[in-house]
Design a protein around this ligand. Structure first.
Ligand code: ATP
Ligand code: MG
Length: 420
């Protein structure tokens, strides 16, 4: 037990962390090009925020939350997604008082109590953006475009963008009645959970993962066929913007997304290489969420959450490699105690000049030091002993070409700067 991480969690060791660093910096740079600034919210929030924000008839809230009582008897939940916390912070920090829209991005761990499998963990990570403060479809288009641009830049070509409109309270009123009637006729074949949700939040049934439910609701009425005029216009305008940017998409009327706060645009980006857990990115518009959790009226938003573990799996499935960061520039092999001491001085000079440098820390023999320098893939090695120190001369060896040359020790930094 002591040597096993909790079920559904994973260590990200140096054999992988460089990939994370690469993706994170790519994402940050791209967000900054589009005018999105970073927000960092707490890992945990009051449970009520997610019950209200994400919705208490959703899978996330009903089945997947990591909730516990703290020592003050408060119900706390580890965040299952990023949007609710960001919107809470938007309100609490009065960002609504600034010029709108407020464009934010985040990189965060998320926690969901799910059955672990490939691409499905209990602690996973999301990149996300939120654009709050405007309900025009131009932000929807920007958010979808940013996601596809990011995935394209990291090398994914085989992606499908699916969009839908899940309507608004106006069109949902009559639609929900229609839906409830339809679902009542399916009572006998629906799972218990669907039967429970059918009255409270009938659209949730469309998202049920139970195969029997799915097989029996093939002809279910869909919201996209029942939009009010405003929602239809919003959707049509979004499509025209995506067309203008040459983004290929398909309308998938069955996307309802697993979060209750979505209104109008909902979208998913799917990699075609990854089997059942293929959704890399999901997002949508959440007009009403700000108000729902106690903020001022009239601030709608749109955003996405992109699963980093799934992105890495997708990249691997597509044989897209992320370059390893550069190895150590120079390894200093030391002979004798004086050299061991002076090596610190040399290391300091090299590192202050942004040349990555290392030495032995295990009192290895010269032969073993060379072996180690090979193992860390050092580009250069230099051997320093009493003689070298006295003469201010040492042999610099290029480990790739095997080429060696005598240089002045005091000029090591300058020499390397020229070569690297
Ligand atoms: P799914 O249908 O696969 O359960 P979801 O609808 O629950 O996905 P969202 O809530 O939209 O997913 O989260 C956004 C993204 O986060 C997903 O597209 C996916 O890439 C990733 N994700 C969601 N849950 C997990 C998980 N348990 N482990 C790893 N990644 C996840
Ligand atoms: Mg899920």
């Amino acid at each position: 037990m002591l040597t096993k991480a909790p079920r559904g969690t994973k260590d990200i060791t140096p054999s992988e962390s460089y990939k994370w660093n690469y993706l994170e910096s790519k994402f940050k740079n791209l967000c900054s090009l589009y005018g999105y600034e970073e927000i960092r919210t707490p890992i945990f929030e009051n449970t009520e925020l997610f019950q209200r924000g994400v919705g208490d008839t959703t899978d996330i809230v009903q089945k997947e939350m990591y909730s516990f009582k703290d020592k003050g008897d408060r119900s706390i939940t580890l965040k299952p997604e990023g949007t609710a916390g960001v919107v809470r912070a938007f309100i609490e920090n009065k960002m609504y008082a600034d010029a709108q829209p407020t464009k934010l991005f985040y990189i965060t761990p998320c926690f969901r109590y799910e059955r672990p499998q490939s691409g499905r963990q209990r602690q996973f990570h999301q990149f996300g953006i939120e654009a709050i403060g405007s309900d025009t479809p131009s932000l929807d288009a920007e958010v979808i475009e940013l996601a596809t641009q990011f995935l394209g830049e990291v090398g994914l070509k085989d992606l499908s963008v699916s969009i839908n409109s899940v309507g608004c309270p106006v069109c949902r009123e009559s639609y929900n009645e229609k839906l409830k009637k339809y679902l009542a006729s399916k009572e006998d074949v629906l799972c218990d959970l669907c039967n429970e949700r059918r009255e409270k939040n009938p659209m949730r049934v469309i998202d049920c993962k139970n195969e029997t439910c799915q097989a029996n609701i093939q002809d279910i009425p869909l919201i996209a066929d029942n939009l009010c005029e405003d929602c239809q216009n919003h959707f049509d305008t979004l499509k025209s913007y995506l067309d203008e940017m040459n983004i290929k998409y398909e309308v998938d009327k069955k996307i309802v997304r697993g979060l209750d706060y979505y209104k109008r645009t909902a979208f998913e980006i799917i990699s075609n290489d990854l089997g059942s857990q293929s959704t890399v990115c999901g997002g949508g518009r959440y007009d009403g969420l700000v108000e729902q959790i106690g903020g001022p009226e009239g601030f709608s938003g749109i955003g996405f959450g992109l699963g980093v573990e799934r992105l890495l799996l997708t990249l691997a499935a597509n044989n897209i490699e992320i370059a390893k960061p550069d190895s150590t520039d120079i390894f200093i092999v030391t002979i004798g105690d004086t050299a061991k001491l002076k090596a610190f001085n040399i290391l300091k000079a090299l590192r202050s000049n942004h040349i990555s440098a290392d030495k032995d820390h295990l009192d290895r023999s010269v032969k073993a030091q060379f072996k180690y320098s090979n193992k860390v893939d050092a580009k250069y090695t230099i051997v320093i002993g009493d003689d070298e120190l006295e003469k201010d001369e040492a042999t610099l060896k290029n480990m790739n070409t095997g080429e060696q040359r005598l240089i002045k020790l005091s000029e090591l930094v300058e020499e390397l700067k020229k070569e690297l």
